[in-house]
Structure formats: C-alpha cells, structure tokens
Design a protein around this ligand. Structure first.
Ligand code: ATP
Ligand code: MG
Length: 407
C-alpha cells in the first residue's frame, strides 16, 4: 500500500536505533508479532525525531523474558518489561486491553491480547493509536490516526465520552497534545471534556501536573491555557489562573517557576497554590518569592535603593524577577541595565558579605552573644548598602563606634 511505503520512507528518515531493531527482529524470529507503537509512530509520521521507541508485542512478559538475556521487569503486572540489548533499554509491552476502571483513575485490571488492534483500541487518541511493523513495513492505523495527523486533529479513539469517563486524565492530555502539536481538539472530543469534568476532578494531581507542565512550557502556552479554560479544565485544577493574562507566560523563558509566577502574579497565595499542584517545594518557594517581589525599583531609584532592592530580592532572583516584570509588560530597560551593573560590581548584599564576622562584631562591641549583635549587623549592612566602600574591617569598626549601644 502507498501508505505503508510512505510510512516506511519516514522511518528511513529517522533510523530506528539498532537496539530497538534487534528487539523487534528477535520477537518476530521467535514467532511473535512486534510493532513500534504510540508516540514514536506519531512523531516519525509527522517528521519529528521521537523521544523514545516503544515496542508492543503479542509475546507475554514471560515469553519476552525467555527470549532475551537481560530483562528488567519494570511493570510486569501491566505487561511491560525493559529489555537491555547493546547497552540500551527498550520498553516492550504485551498487547493488552484495560478493564474495570475504578472511578476514572487507573484501570484495576489488564488483560493480555494477541491482537494489535485490540491494543490500539485502548489508547487515548487516534494519532497515538498507530503501530508500525518495521520488519514487514506495514502501518496499522485502524482509527484514522494518519489522517488526523495530517489535518491536525486530536480525536479520541472510539467514543470520546466513554474514553473520558474511563480515565479522567485524558481530557487534559487532549489539551496538552493539541497545545504541544499545534492541533485542534476535534469537536466531539472537545464537547466531551465539559461533560466529564466530574471524573477529571478525581484524577491524582501528580498526573495532571505532568500534563500541565508540558502545556506550560510549550511555545503555544497561550492557546493551551485558553483551551483549558474554555473546556472547564483550568477552573477545576487552577481556578486561581482564571482572569490571568494568558498571553504573558509565552513571553517568559521556558522555565516552570518563572512561567508559574507569570501566570499567578495576581494571586495572593501563589506558593500554596503551587504546592497544592504538587510541584517540588523548591519550585513553590521560588514562585512565591518571585510573585512577592515582582515590583521593580522605580525609575528614579538611587543606586543605594537598587542595592537595597537586590539585598531584599536576593541576587540570584534578580534576573528572574526582571524576566517576570518583562513578561507582564512592566519591564524597564534602564532599570535592568542599572541592576545588572550593580550585580556586576558584586557589592555586599548580605550580612555574610560583611567584612566583619559576628564574633568580630562582639569583640568590637565588647559584648557576648546577644540580640545586640544581630541589630548591629543589620545596621552595618544598611550602611554598606548605602555606601559599599565602608565594607572593610576598619570601616565597619569605625561605623560600630557610631552604633547606639544599649545600656
Ligand atoms: P510523549 O511524546 O508526550 O511521550 P507519548 O504518545 O509517548 O507522547 P506517553 O504518555 O508516553 O505519550 O504514552 C505512550 C502511549 O501510551 C501514547 O501514545 C498512547 O498510545 C498511550 N497512552 C498513554 N497514556 C494514556 C491514557 N491515559 N489513556 C490511553 N492511552 C494512553
Ligand atoms: Mg512517551
């Protein structure tokens, strides 16, 4: 068939790794069916180098284990094993169908099958439900995935309502794929999203987070957020982002913390929101810090004021805050240049950078450990931010003489 030849030509363009080829050939030699499936077929057909090559086979996990010397039972209960050949890892999954979805979460049971079409029929979207037999050079595409790929449509395999009721993450994946690929969500598929939100609501946040992060880091994040809002998904997991300027994240670097800060810049409890979305604590803290410090120094700020600002915001957060302000349309090229000049001069911005240690401050004041030491140190930093030239041992000791001592 012409389609098979066209697909084969595509696979010539993106040579399948020798390790994957060896696994496919060994399975076929062993009397089993073996296909490349899912994301790699989609990516190769649209002329993109795939991230990884997944293999689906009629061989049962135990049969795969018998066929190869080194096999890691990665997800053996779901039919997935990792074959190690030529030093590379190849994921091999037995054809399967999933049944008894509990509440739109993970399937509670998988059933192995000897039929590739059954395996493809459990997959989410037509563009993800194609298989390619590299040995026979045959494309298996029972749901019109190749056609949808050509016209740019994310369409559910079979009935969208049913598929979304089975697994509530799929609507989010539809929006993510549409965003990342620059596709439209097919009308019935999109309509089914709004009608299955009660199932989406039950999906583990970690799973939603993974899809959302890929949407957020896409150059088409604006379209993605608009689609997530239009379908009702955004309201479910991130109501705080509603009313935000969806065009702003795309103006920021493709960094999770920065783009989250842009999206949540108008939100009072941004850190808690990011924590609720199950991002790492570091990401939540960074977003909270960026949002809390989003305002740049005013155009008439003195150099001392710039240093005080840098001391409060912290040197390492200065550039991200500048990027945040720029994405929000509040950038100031002059202030950026002046802040960069200050940073380049490496002025002391923290008590740690003072030329006197805490112990030396105690000696100079003639006191032991006491709150006075902290007050004196803060006083010194304040003076040094005003005039960095003070930051020598002698300079600071001289300043301490003017420090109003208690008692
Ligand atoms: P990516 O490039 O994003 O990794 P992918 O297609 O490889 O894309 P994965 O999440 O790695 O996506 O999933 C691999 C394949 O498994 C998909 O192509 C699809 O066929 C199937 N799949 C994944 N998640 C689901 C799901 N929730 N429901 C049905 N099928 C799914
Ligand atoms: Mg993948």
């Amino acid at each position: 068939m012409v389609r098979d030849e066209a697909a084969a030509a595509r696979f010539e363009q993106f040579p399948v790794p020798a390790s994957v080829r060896e696994v496919l050939e060994a399975l076929v030699r062993g009397g089993f069916q073996a296909f490349l499936v899912g994301g790699c077929v989609r990516d190769v057909l649209r002329g993109q180098a795939p991230k990884d090559f997944d293999v689906a086979t009629s061989a049962r996990p135990a049969e795969v284990q018998r066929l190869f010397k080194r096999v890691i039972p990665t997800g053996i209960e779901h039919g997935t094993v990792t074959v190690v050949v030529q030093g590379a890892h190849v994921e091999v999954t037995t054809f399967r169908v999933e049944s008894e979805y509990l509440d739109g979460r993970r399937p509670s049971k998988v059933e192995f099958h000897s039929d590739i079409e059954a395996d493809l029929s459990r997959r989410d979207f037509t563009i993800n439900a194609m298989a390619f037999d590299l040995v026979a050079k045959r494309l298996v595409d029972p749901f019109g995935g190749e056609q949808d790929l050509r016209v740019g449509l994310v369409r559910c395999v079979r009935d969208a309502m049913e598929r979304f009721l089975e697994d509530g993450l799929r609507p989010m994946r539809a929006v993510r794929f549409a965003t990342v690929l620059g596709f439209e969500v097919e009308a019935q598929t999109e309509a089914a999203i709004g009608r299955t939100l009660h199932v989406f609501r039950k999906v583990a946040t970690e799973r939603v987070n993974q899809e959302f992060t890929r949407l957020l880091l896409s150059p088409r994040v604006q379209t993605g957020l608009t689609l997530a809002a239009r379908t009702g998904l955004l309201q479910v997991f991130l109501p705080e982002a509603e009313g935000a300027d969806f065009s702003a994240p795309a103006r920021a670097r493709e960094d999770v913390s920065l783009r989250l800060a842009v999206l949540l810049s108008g939100c009072a409890g941004a850190e808690a929101v990011v924590q609720r979305l199950k991002y790492p604590n570091k990401v939540a803290a960074d977003v909270g810090h960026l949002v809390a410090n989003q305002h740049l120094p005013g155009p008439n700020a003195t150099d001392a004021e710039l240093r005080r600002w840098l001391s409060r915001v912290k040197a390492e957060a200065a550039v991200p805050v500048l990027e945040l302000a720029e994405a929000l349309g509040r950038g100031d090229a002059v202030i950026r240049r002046r802040l960069e000049a200050q940073l380049a001069a490496r002025p002391p911005l923290t008590t740690k950078a003072l030329a006197l240690t805490g112990a030396e401050v105690m000696v100079a004041l003639g006191v032991g450990p006491s709150p006075v030491v902290g007050q004196a140190t803060a006083y010194l930093l304040e003076r040094v931010l005003e005039a960095p030239a003070h930051n020598t041992k002698e300079g600071l000791i001289r300043l301490l003489e003017a420090f109003p001592r208690p008692g």
